[in-house]
Design a protein around this ligand. Sequence first.
Ligand SMILES: [Zn+2]
Length: 322
Amino acid sequence: MKKEKRFDDAVFSPIESDMEKINCFSLKPLKEEDVFVFSVILCDNEIDRDYERFSADCLHGLKELFKGVTGIFDHNMRAENQTARIFDTEIVTDSDRTTAAGEPYTYLKAHCYMLRSEKNKNLIAEIEAGIKREVSISCSVKRAVCSVCGKENGACSHRPGSEIEGKVCHRILCDAADAYEWSFVAVPAQKGARVTKQYTKTQRGEISLTEVLKKLDIDKDELRLSSAEALQLKSYIENLKSLADDGEHYKSALVKKALSLSALKLPKMDTAVFKEVLLKMPARDIEKIVKGFSEDEPDSVFAPQLSSDSCAKSSDNSGFRI
Ligand SMILES: [Zn+2]
């Protein structure tokens, strides 16, 4: 049976249902003999060289997004040279193989067609001969989740590739956002790997937070951010918010400490007024006040390096030597 057999073959003969799908994308109705049909593996759930892997859900999302996407045979080629198109996709699970993350090996397979034209003759021959087998894809995802702590888009300090409790830290790519293109690569990037992929956070190429922040400065009149850039900015703001929360918490503890010490040292001080003043001060200045108040409190965490105790006991002033 063709249908069952074709999944193992890179090159196969289209059956009726394939032709129906192909004709959904074609301008003029095509017959079986007009098309060359083959399949490629687009991506899988194995941890890759960048210490990233697609989640199962993400692969399912990409399965839908890659339908109808054209393949190019050189990243620099112009649109008129794009000659193959994905007409169907499927998720295949190989239960005999387990990924480094301990999941059954699962991949996204694409079925593609190209016209049996004079222009495509050489390329078809190369695919048939198995010379052109490696593809690279360009897609974007909404979230990259840390495998150790679950924080998103680099919000934690776990470094992908480092070993934590016997497991390789990596990022799990979740929520497929877009599928841009796929292409045959001339030189296999990695021996033994039939598929290489590019994970791009924007439409073209990697973006850094610095670049997003630069945009805020440059685009004075109208600011345009891609969804990936907006997400990156959101993650940055969330990270800052969390740091601000910590700072807030620390400052309020300092104010409390300063107020309790002032009540002890300066009982006549108007606490409400002093509190107002403290709240307007930066944390490092409140630290100095607390330090000043704490000078003769040896068990205070803010006790100065040279306590008055050691000075009093010392007759040779060694307590003041640095
Ligand atoms: Zn983490």
